[in-house]
Design a protein around this ligand. Sequence first.
Ligand SMILES: Cc1cc2nc3c(=O)[nH]c(=O)nc-3n(C[C@H](O)[C@H](O)[C@H](O)COP(=O)(O)OP(=O)(O)OC[C@H]3O[C@@H](n4cnc5c(N)ncnc54)[C@H](O)[C@@H]3O)c2cc1C
Length: 384
Amino acid sequence: MDLEQVLQQASVLAQDMLAPRAEAVDREARWPKAEVRQLLEAGLGGLVLPREFGGLGQGLLGLTRVCETLGGACASTSMCVGMHMVGSAVIAARPTSVQAERYLRPTAEGKHLTTLALSERGTGANFYIPQTTLARRSDHYEVNGHKAFVTNGGEADSYVVSVVSVAGDAAPGEFSCVVVPARTEGMRWSGPWQGLGMRGNSSRLLDLHGVRIPLENLLGGEGDEIWYVLEVVAPYFLAAMTGTYLGIAARAVAIAIDHLQGRYYGHTRHSLAKQDVLQHRLGGLWAKVERTRQLAYHAAAAADQGDSTALPAVLSAKAEVADCCVDVVNDVMTLTGGQSYGENSELGRLLRDARAAHVMAPTTDILRTWTGRILLGEPMLGNE
Ligand SMILES: Cc1cc2nc3c(=O)[nH]c(=O)nc-3n(C[C@H](O)[C@H](O)[C@H](O)COP(=O)(O)OP(=O)(O)OC[C@H]3O[C@@H](n4cnc5c(N)ncnc54)[C@H](O)[C@@H]3O)c2cc1C
């Protein structure tokens, strides 16, 4: 399948399956099990895996556009699938033959769900600084620590977990990633996820107590850490989120158009589409989404082509999308009046979902800072 075929298929599944169920996923804070599994089985499970492992061979542009398509229908489901794609990209970056057979081929067949467990309470938005430890024993590794906000928590088949070596003298930002299979002894999940938005995500807390994993579950070599952050984790993480939040913003504009065309006043017998001020406001909202989309596509395509100057655009795309989607959904709520302000309206859900864009790492403030540092020739990760 080429990208247009993938997008066509994603669009059909988004409209027929995700959109009608999005309200219930949000209301029930239900992890969308059937929906996620069906998307994986339809081929999206291997979206970003190389073709040699049975994947679709898509990169950041494909990931952005698929998440945009899904995100406009159900942002929670898009984030769940997006985090799977990021996790699978991390596994695929430097896989051993064992990892390819054990994780990548089942992922490409849609039978394996993975996800990313980076964030920790102790380092918060500095998602690239884990305090969870990895200790080498004679014939296995032992993992100890606490992960926060693990999307697909308790539901995935494996977890890509960032860890810092206890033996070495690793500097901040130096970490390794390991794959922890689900239900490994010593993993404990606490509490259900109860977010303001993104309520279907199952973004839960994970305690790891003396978790034993095989030596072959280390991704890359010890010391590949910064390479993983810059080349794989950050760009794929950003692309999945950029696409999802772009989808939310685009959906809000579609709701505005429907409302303005369909809302008639009895005293004028005209629709709101005839109001100059509202026409003008809609034009501005559309342009805001479109210019953000163009930045996002450009950044992803440039990074896919290995353009060494793409990083500021990749970072800024997610920051711009976060600003764009919160502002646009908020403004569309004004355009669509009391109907959208009602409890459980679709726009209300979009606003709650959109608000996660600024909070999810890399956060907007940190992305702006990183971009500035690159432009100034300063080290991107600074000294914190
Ligand atoms: C719905 C949802 C899903 C998530 N899914 C995942 C997931 O699948 N995997 C995962 O690993 N994580 C996930 N996260 C975690 C997320 O990516 C963030 O790491 C986390 O929310 C931020 O940590 P914190 O809440 O402790 O914020 P804090 O660290 O307390 O930060 C608070 C604020 O301070 C700002 N701040 C901190 N340091 C700086 C600085 N140096 N410069 C400027 N501003 C700064 C931050 O930008 C933020 O706005 C998810 C979060 C949410 C809400």
